[in-house]
Design a protein around this ligand. Structure first.
Ligand code: ADP
Ligand code: MG
Length: 691
């Protein structure tokens, strides 16, 4: 139940004067349903009307406020022509123009001979000054009615700036004074205004007050609501039905002795962190974050074996069928010496012995399984599922995680992601989870040599590819989807595959694209991983996570069109074996300065975290996390880049608050509940009530 004091804020926008059902629909599109949504619709700029030049010194293309004397009216000379009012200051004259004039209101506003103050955009037309439809026109005595600074809002067709300003002004009068939810010491240290005052100031911007206390306060409100709700969800998750697994080491010690490599220190540490969670009576909700190729799979396997040692079952969920199959093959190989079976479950109607696998899972004969989303969406019965591993977590949002845990099986969850995001972003995207990071790479990995090459030199590239292929290398060739039409791209990729076939022989080159059936795609991918194909041409990003250790060359066409993190992911597909690997970034000249700098960065570093920071700076968080489409939250005021310090602070604050007052029952706790509802953190608020 939303606190009563917030009711006025959650009144529909149509309750505002001047906003009927028709306007209501426009506002809904622009910002949302409620008064509070309009209040969060903050200005993105300022019109500065303080510029008041004499005409002879004025700069065209600026908004100016002019003191003029009206000279004469010139009505339109043809239908649809402008109505012009000529006016002048001591230095020059200007035409104030209007279109579609009805009645004689212009005569009332601009009586000839009178002085007038106008404000609007001034422009030059045929060597004379013009101002089209002034925003303001008042007599000198009422000059104060022209605001010096005016907020500029994002608008939509049908809602003008002035209409929006009026609506916001009304909405502000509806905002109640709310009990302060922040710590008094913090408020005084940062000199933050109250919530209501901060909003008022935010809607009345003036130059230079962009990053002042009011904005930071509103950003912090939002971030604290966010961190607090994540912490509540996390606490709820941990408290519900966790179990303590007694891992004996029987299986993991055998795995360790049969592994074809030594674990990296990072892997060892992550395994230890997970083991602690698994043994603890609380439910695990942990994120394993590690760059492509850092070796997350084997870490997951350790966790799965611990569950099995304790008599439970473990499942690994991959985002695509190809990845599920690949994980299955990898794990089956590692499990061979342990004489432990692992099942594979894909969507309905796929995979032959589905029925047998289902039965074995239900009876508990089968302890391990790999699958796609189908694992959790369909009603698959486990005898005793203890651990779920979710690969490539960035394709899921907080809500999906909540759903997974709401399955009510009390399962531990280990999520894995290859997106190396900055710490502060981790806090907002995965703040409900504990995090383990693999910062090192397996030893023996060589630097991937990255080169930038103009598309004009395609012939040389193809010749080079041929040389590499003869020496036994396998090559990925990515032709991205760029055109609006998928067909055009497909044609380009097909053409590229044909060209490569001419040089390397028709049976050496395979093509995968989005329009192929999964089975066709699989068969091409399988040929490539078996070494039967030299080159794999792909239209889009090759499924994240595909592991073909022998592949040592990655060619990316139109590299300039990719995000840095994407390029990094793609490049990470090679350099997994012990041979020297290459990445060729082909670009279409001419490159802008920005593109040049970005591609150079790719050449100079393989540090996924550095690249991610840069990508975040250039493209924003939604793109980087790949969560734009998954419905993950975007902030209204806070900016993950700019407010990194606040994110950190909010994360710490949330922990302290909940440690002291887990049910938010103190005075301040109640105020914080209001904050949660203010930002519509319903899930968190509901959990508080339920528990
Ligand atoms: P990712 O983190 O991208 O999922 P994988 O788990 O697929 O990485 O591992 C990438 C490759 O590195 C695999 O071929 C795997 O067998 C290998 N690998 C994993 N750990 C090590 C290690 N400690 N030493 C050497 N190779 C390793
Ligand atoms: Mg992986």
């Amino acid at each position: 139940m939303r606190p009563q004091i917030l009711y006025p804020l959650f009144a529909n926008l149509t309750s505002l004067k001047g906003v009927g059902p028709r306007m209501g629909a426009l506002y809904k599109k622009l910002c949302g349903d409620y008064i509070v949504d309009l209040l969060w619709h903050l200005p993105t700029g300022i019109i500065d009307r303080s510029y008041a030049p004499q005409l002879c010194r004025a700069e065209k293309g600026r908004v100016a406020t002019l003191h003029l004397k009206v000279a004469e009216h010139v009505p339109p000379t043809r239908p649809g022509g402008p109505y012009r009012i000529f006016a002048e200051d001591q230095t020059d004259q200007i035409a104030l123009t209007y279109f579609n004039v009805k009645g004689d209101y212009l005569n009332r506003i601009y009586p000839p001979g009178n002085e007038i103050v106008v404000s609007g955009l001034i422009e030059r037309y045929r060597q004379s000054w013009v101002m089209n439809h002034p925003d303001y026109a008042v007599s000198p005595g009422r000059e104060a009615e022209i605001p010096k600074f005016e907020p500029v809002y994002p608008l939509t067709a049908g809602i003008s700036g002035k209409m929006l300003q009026k609506a916001v002004a009304q909405a502000l009068t509806r905002a109640p004074e709310l009990a302060e939810w922040h710590d008094a010491a913090l408020i005084s240290r940062e000199a933050w205004p109250s919530w209501k005052e901060a909003l008022r100031i935010a809607h009345a911007p003036c130059p230079g007050n962009d990053d002042t206390p009011h904005r930071r306060r509103l950003a912090y409100d939002e971030l604290l609501a966010d961190q607090l709700s994540l912490a509540i969800i996390r606490a709820h998750h941990k408290a519900s039905g966790g179990r303590s697994f007694k891992a004996t080491g029987r299986l993991t010690s055998r795995l360790e002795s049969t592994l074809p490599f030594a674990l990296t220190p990072g892997q060892k540490q992550a395994i230890a962190e997970i083991a602690k969670d698994v043994a603890a009576p609380k439910r695990m909700l942990r994120l394993l974050q590690g760059d492509v190729g850092s070796g997350k799979t084997v870490v997951a396997l350790y966790a799965m074996l611990q569950a099995v040692e304790a008599g439970a079952q473990a499942a690994l969920m991959a985002p695509t069928e190809i990845l599920a199959k690949q994980h299955h093959a990898t794990l089956a190989k590692l499990l061979g010496p342990l004489e432990l079976d692992i099942g594979l479950l894909l969507g309905r109607g796929r995979g032959g012995d589905r029925q047998a696998t289902l039965e074995a899972l239900a009876t508990g004969k089968l302890k391990l399984v790999v699958g796609t989303h189908a694992l959790f969406q369909e009603d698959i019965a486990f005898q005793d599922l203890g651990l779920a591993v979710v690969d490539e977590q960035h394709r899921f949002g907080v809500n999906q995680r909540l759903m997974l845990s709401d399955k009510g099986r009390g399962v531990d969850i280990l999520a894995m992601t290859a997106t190396p995001i900055p710490r502060t972003l981790t806090l907002t995207a995965y703040g409900d989870m504990d995090v383990s990071r693999l910062m090192d790479k397996p030893v023996g990995r060589q630097k991937i040599e990255t080169r930038l090459i103009d598309m004009a030199r395609l012939d040389e590239v193809v010749a080079g590819i041929k040389r590499q292929a003869t020496k036994g290398a396998q090559i990925y060739w990515v032709c991205p989807l760029i055109e609006e039409s998928e067909l055009v791209d497909l044609a380009a990729a097909t053409e590229r595959a044909d060209l490569l076939k001419q040089f390397l022989g028709p049976s050496a080159v395979g093509l995968v694209h989005g329009r192929m059936k999964a089975t066709e795609k699989d068969s091409v991918m399988n040929k490539f991983s078996a070494g039967d194909l030299k080159v794999l041409v792909a239209t889009t990003v090759i499924e994240v996570g595909v592991d073909v250790p022998k592949a040592s060359v990655m060619v990316i066409e139109h590299a300039e069109r990719f995000g840095l993190a994407q390029l990094h992911q793609l490049r990470g597909r090679v350099g997994r074996g012990s041979e020297k690997s290459h990445c060729l970034l082909l670009y279409q000249a001419p490159l802008g300065e920005m593109s040049k700098a970005r591609l150079k960065m790719m050449r100079e570093t393989e540090d996924g975290f550095l690249i991610a920071e840069e990508d975040l700076r250039l493209r924003g968080a939604g793109e980087l996390l790949g969560t734009k489409q998954s419905g993950a939250r975007e902030f209204r005021v806070a900016d993950p880049m700019r407010d990194a310090d606040l994110i950190d602070m909010a994360h710490g604050d949330a922990a302290v608050i909940l440690a002291k007052d887990p049910r938010l029952e103190s005075e301040r706790g109640k105020a914080l509940r209001t904050l949660l509802y203010l930002f519509n953190r319903d899930a968190a608020a509901r959990l508080l009530r339920a528990g």
